[in-house]
Design a protein around this ligand. Sequence first.
Ligand code: KIV
Ligand code: ZN
Length: 515
Amino acid sequence: MSGSKDLIIFDTTLRDGEQSPGASMTKAEKLRIAKSLEKMKVDVIEAGFAIASVGDFESIKAIANSIKGSRVCSLSRALDKDIDRAAEALRGAEASRIHTFIATSPIHMKYKLQMEPDAVIAQAIHAVKRARNQTDDVEFSCEDAGRSEIDFLCRIIEATIDAGATTINIPDTVGYAIPDQFGKTIKTLIERIPNADKAIFSVHCHNDLGLAVANSLSAVSHGARQVECTINGLGERAGNASLEEIVMAVKTRSDLFDLAMRIDTTQIVPSSKLVSTITGFPVQPNKAIVGANAFAHESGIHQDGILKHRETYEIMRAEDVGWHTNSLVLGKHSGRSAFRARISELGISLDSEEELNKAFVAFKVLADKKHEIFDEDLHALLSETKAPEQNETYKLISLSVGSQTGVTPVAKVTLAIEEQEHEAEASGSGPVDATFKAIEEMVNSGASLQLYSVNAITSGTDSQGEVTVRIERGGRIVNGVGADTDIVIASAKAYIHALNLMSGNDSRQHPQGDV
Ligand code: KIV
Ligand code: ZN
């Protein structure tokens, strides 16, 4: 897409979204999300920051090799080694993009880069030229553009378009912009830069003041033709502009925007659920579009109005964003081939017959407890049974705990710790508290619990509960996720998942760290 009436949707869930504390994902998880973004017809998928770690590089490579319906992009600083690594990771892609950036605000240039403005321009030109030697689709971002001087932005953007940048991205890196002012900045840049018509202008807004979506939409009204966003608004600190809100605002108010998008909006809710399950970031019930209450009408007056004429209180249809599209896919009597076919339709690849067997056994156990198995159940099940990419130090062997009014619960937990079985018992204020204490008796992790949340994966009391546990140790945060029809078992699985993640190493480089 490149016509002036098209709006390009650039998803950065796998790159900026992954910069949310505790949201790191494995290669297999990133591939599943990339497949759901492709199904949604996202134009560009920013798959990661290739130089950050071997894991990031391998994930981008796997996504580049398997995604055909979206352009695959890697971030790189304006450094030769970053650009070359990004190009290498993207080699197998049918359509690729290198996204290179350097900071342009006085505060970043002086304190972070410790470079003179002219040297920053020279480095940006060099980076864009180097990237253009590797691919014909190059995006250049002026990091912290939201606090940069307009004259300097004009100079560096004109120079980078001359050097071959095809997209110019204006990030509000620290979420400082205000909609009216940000929109006018975009307009001024497009009007003042002589070669502005040779590139697509893009925006990338952070949500520190809760204005990321409003700023992005204002920019679109003033000429931006690409928006960078993430599913569920995931991202660094308060997050990025949320894809679902941008897309549905532009679609619902087509009277104001009049822009074409390729997005299949019915894939929004399934993708939101997938990202939440994988990252362990629950979606708040009152979140626009994808929150559980987004289409729930409580007041009698509203319900009455909706029954008489739906549009009285509804500006969008729940089914258009993928609510209620839960298809009953499998049940107790489904066989192996139906199971295999459905998981491959969901874009989940299993590496071996052994992995398929393990998943099928877990599916049969779940189908015995819960007769209707939905796609969300399969995603949660596969998240657990797919072989972890690093060895698991801790494994849950068994758990027993009871609830009785007036009696303090006691949990008895058996864990395998590096293949050795251990057992511990502890009491707590409730069954979950007792279970976590029993696990800690054996593990002594030294981590503190930051968040505990339970969500029902589907509706009905036989639904699986999905538990997220966030723990912190020495400044490092990880999220563990576990699902089961028994929420105490789901809680134990989530806690153990978090402990396993914490025991692995984390050597990723942060893109906005040292240059
Ligand atoms: O927020 C930001 O400035 C970024 C850039 C790297 C695009 O994420
Ligand atoms: Zn960002």
